[in-house]
Design a binder for this molecule. Sequence first.
Ligand code: HPA
Ligand code: ZN
Length: 326
Amino acid sequence: ERLPELLGIMPKAELHMHIEGSLEPELIFALAQRNGVTIPYASVEELRKAYAFTNLQSFLDIYYAGASVLLTEQDFYDMAWAYLQRAAADNVRRAEMFFDPQTHTERGVSMATVIGGLHRACVDAKTALGVDAALILCFLRHLSEESAFETLEQALPFRDQFIGVGLDSSEVGHPPEKFARVFARCRELGLHLVAHAGEEGPPAYVWSALDVLKVERIDHGVQSTKDPALMKRLAADRIPLTVCPLSNLKLCVFPQLSQHNLGQLLDAGLIATVNSDDPAYFGGYMNENFLQTFAATGLDAKQAWQLAANSFEGSFADVAAKKQWR
Ligand code: HPA
Ligand code: ZN
């Protein structure tokens, strides 16, 4: 069977991954030791055993704890460099990486430290790995709009080192409307706009991400199949959905991978893509997401090529780069 091989070797873009979610337990322990930070787990094995999630919030609690070992510019570089090497091995040619500055600035780590380390890894990835990498700053939606504005202000001196903004963290109870004004400001600044919507939250959150925040892509969006009018809108406007199958499985969005609706999204003509979300926590990087999803759902080679094409079409890479990947 040649499908698994195809899934591995086909060039692809990753559009939905949180760099803090690529921190492997081994690196968490190494950084904790290097920085003299204590974490409430005795060993790598014990930490990994805690990765049994029941929903998004149960994951976020551990994810924020893991990120607490990041203190220096070199820490952020090392984390991003480890991910970019791993992405290159999966034939990822373009990586758009989310980062959560508030997780760090609230602990007293400066924006310069966070963006400096991540951006240096992106620059090195281009020359050393042939991976075109870019950063998207995410606002934490469980925090206030005021905090988001403050974060944007702190990031503006580094405006040329990130390409857009997104919205992540606890979805239910924190609708897109909460961030209408800060997204309007980001739009004026010429930043690309994306938002997590319809992961656990209702189709109404996808509608307001589109109509109120005016995002160009929806992160997750898998709840959209519950609303036929929304499906039509996403198809008509060619709004990419950055789907994360193993994440959805581990956070119990779908009870089994065989029940995932990726095939339904593709059949409806949506620009669906496959992504790893938080690969260190959800049991797989890009190729593992493709392999397990195709094995469980019976998607075929034609759909594999469609997903790869969608990933480049949906990316924010410049037109010349997109041509070269086609
Ligand atoms: N959803 C919301 N917030 C997140 C996620 C996610 O899947 N991963 C990291 N932060
Ligand atoms: Zn995500």
